[in-house]
Design a protein around this ligand. Structure first.
Ligand code: C2E
Ligand code: MG
Ligand code: MG
Ligand code: MG
Length: 284
């Protein structure tokens, strides 16, 4: 009897797998076209200063508005873009659009400390492409305040080729670009080791930020914050979903947070409205 079930299972799976394979090829060529036609939407999620809950900056997060499948999240297309090399063009598009958007925001709120914008970078862009040239081009096309365009790179990316990554990152830093270590804690390297890379900020992964099933914060959270400060880095907590997340993070000495507690990723106009509202409120 169990054999028959197994047999049925195989029959059901085979065509499904084939279908998925075809989809993958179709998706690849559709993604290539979407990037050429600039049909990638960039959303921006606020990163908030916990001290006064003002907006310190935004992280750029890509979405693909597929004609048939609807809005697709990065988990559905970034790996395709990486494997096919399309990530180089996609990455340049996101960098360029974000820098232009950042100039617009900074011009609109000239009187305050300039906000920053950060862009996620994949391994292929840093290690197998002339990212420095792209950054130069983008900076020359926009007028963002020095140091306010930032890149986010993960621990596993820099550990792929630590020597080369360290060299590239040092040169990128010299162009006046900020560097954030993304998803910290999900890799296996120590913060002391990562000190040899010129990061100015670490973003603590959401798995360390949220309360555990027992309702407590992971013990290590407080130590990561303290060590990052000892190493001269700013700390952003990812995935702050509730007000008590924000309050406790601030008590632990964390200066910035990002998460649904403060705003989901939003389009550029909504981000502008948010900045303007905050300004009006502060002015009255
Ligand atoms: P990430 O860089 O760690 O970005 C943070 C992710 O957490 C985003 O997911 C964001 O929407 C989500 N998030 C923010 N606040 C909360 C919260 O309070 N709770 C929960 N549960 N999630 C929250 P998203 O937009 O789906 O992006 C996923 C990942 O895809 C990003 O992780 C980043 O690694 C990658 N990615 C996104 N856009 C790009 C891009 O333009 N280029 C590259 N190379 N990677 C990108
Ligand atoms: Mg990121
Ligand atoms: Mg992250
Ligand atoms: Mg993440």
């Amino acid at each position: 009897h169990s054999k028959r079930i197994g047999g049925d299972r195989i029959d059901v799976y085979k065509p499904a797998m084939r279908a998925r394979k075809t989809d993958r090829l179709t998706l690849e060529s559709e993604l290539r076209r979407a990037i050429e036609r600039q049909e990638i939407t960039i959303l921006y999620q606020p990163i908030v200063r916990l001290e006064d809950r003002s907006i310190a900056g935004f992280e750029a997060l890509s979405r693909w508005d597929h004609p048939k499948l609807g809005r697709m999240s990065p988990s559905e297309f970034i790996s395709i873009a990486e494997e096919t090399g399309l990530i180089v063009d996609l990455g340049m598009f996101v960098l360029d659009q974000t820098a232009k958007q950042l100039s617009v925001w900074q011009r609109a709120m000239r009187s305050r400390e300039p906000i920053f914008a950060s862009v996620n970078v994949s391994s292929r862009q840093l290690l197998r492409h002339d990212l420095i040239h792209d950054i130069r081009t983008v900076l020359s096309r926009s007028s963002v305040a020095r140091g306010t365009l930032k890149l986010e790179l993960t621990e596993s990316l820099v550990m792929e080729n630590p020597e080369h990554a360290a060299q590239m990152l040092t040169r990128i830093r010299e162009l006046g670009t900020g560097l954030s270590l993304d998803d910290f804690g999900t890799g296996h390297s120590s913060l002391a080791y990562l000190q040899r890379f010129p990061f100015d900020t670490i973003k603590i992964d959401q798995s360390f930020v949220r309360t555990t099933s027992r309702g407590t914060r992971p013990v290590i959270l407080k130590s990561i914050i303290a060590l990052a400060h000892d190493l001269g880095m700013d700390v952003v907590a990812e995935g702050a979903e509730t007000d008590s997340d924000a309050v406790e993070l601030y008590q632990m000495g964390c200066e910035y947070a990002q998460g649904f507690a403060f705003g989901e990723p939003m389009d550029a106009d909504a981000a502008m409205r948010l900045l303007t509202e905050v300004r009006l409120e502060a002015a009255s």
